[in-house]
Design a protein around this ligand. Sequence first.
Ligand SMILES: C[S@@+](CC[C@H](N)C(=O)[O-])C[C@H]1O[C@@H](n2cnc3c(N)ncnc32)[C@H](O)[C@@H]1O
Length: 476
Amino acid sequence: MSALPDPAALVKDAPRVREALHRAGWSAEALDELLGATYRTHLDRDELAPVLRRTRGGSPLEVLARLLVIGEPVSLDEAGRAGLPDSWLQPEGYDVRCPVRLQPVRHGGVEVQVPHDPGRAATGVDPDQVLGVGAASLTLAAATPRDLVGRSLDLGAGAGVQALLAEDHSSEVVATDRNPRAVAHTRLAAALNGVQIDAREGDLLEPVAGERFDLVVSNPPFVIAPGKRYVYRDAGLDADDVCRRLLAEVPQVLAPGGHAVLLANWLHLEGEDGDERVLSWFEGNGCDGWVVQRELAAPEDYVTAWLRDTDETFEGYDAWLDWFAERRVEAIAFGVVALRRTEGTPTVSLDDVPQPTAATWGEEVRAHFSRLDALRQDPLAARWRLRDDVRLHSVAERTDGGWYAAGQRLQQEAGLRWSGGVDPYGATLLAGCDGSRTVGELLAVLAMSAGLSDGEAAEQVLPVLHRLVEQGFLVP
Ligand SMILES: C[S@@+](CC[C@H](N)C(=O)[O-])C[C@H]1O[C@@H](n2cnc3c(N)ncnc32)[C@H](O)[C@@H]1O
């Protein structure tokens, strides 16, 4: 039984809290200004002095920041003046405090308020706790396509951040979670944000069996660990089985042409190809697949990072590493996995993307699959267009007498921010890609200027063009 407060008890008065937030001028920007741009880092490190110093004035926003962001008690009078109803307050000595925390999240042009449980510093680590918005949550939000859709599903909703963001561009949102506290939190989040989310309790896809969605997003409990104690990170399945199961089962609830974006971890085992492992999970699932591998962590680094969020000790570290060693684990991959339900022959691919991406790149998911569709057509008849955000950088090296041109690099300013070297012929060819000429026409000009036959030019250029299309430098 969890010692944490029941979020369901807060739903009734959520509209009053919403009004109090509005009256106080609560927003992500206002809190950044009040608490300082680095306040989240201070809170994560349990350094309260800087944020307490900035909230001594007693204005409604300062009081709400103390109660809902910092988790400090205030006097009952102050809480009342800030507009918080009694149901949202708990006595603490002669003062009161709030049983939940509230995190504003800005994404694209949208801002949502995410209520969640107090973290480790306040209450210790409760295995059932519903965490706030972390780095993984933001990684998924950044990778989610934001086109208008009909039905969306957030699987493993936790505090509800993905469901809230999806609500802005979906006509209907269903959110599921195995943890009843998370379901209650998602309902609270919906009430506080004044939106409709159908929150349901249950294991993986069981609560939505037989239904269809245009978009599925999931930041599942993907951590690969021997224990199954923390519901927010441990699925209760062996090793990386939760991600394998999701790739097999999510397609069953995807409408034709529907997309899913999931975060995943998968193992790289000694003597096995880790890329092949994750790609094999798509077999027979009726979906095109795109794996965007973001990190490959050594077991020691992986365990250290995940233990930080728990109250486990050195014994936990040792046991976890022994468990990896028994399974011959060399590394753990982390990535974003995108699926598109298809009637055709599915294609799957993996890109290693260690570079910093744009703050949001969800538009690349749909675009990636559309580009692959276009690549199946006659390559010489295609009329590619250089994407608007691509820049050509010239690199010069210093010699004794001055600078000499050492090469040119293409750089994307948006999306996955791919970059790569290009020779002068390639640069000229790309400059001609404005959508008005076919590749065949461009190659004929190139062949003439380089003294090649049309066949030789095609042989040299087409594989490069193919990769430039795959990476989104060229678009249909
Ligand atoms: C990493 S949290 C993600 C929370 C939130 N969606 C986000 O992006 O911040 C994973 C969530 O999955 C839930 N979960 C764990 N096991 C599950 C299962 N078998 N079926 C459904 N949800 C599960 C946890 O309770 C937790 O809320």
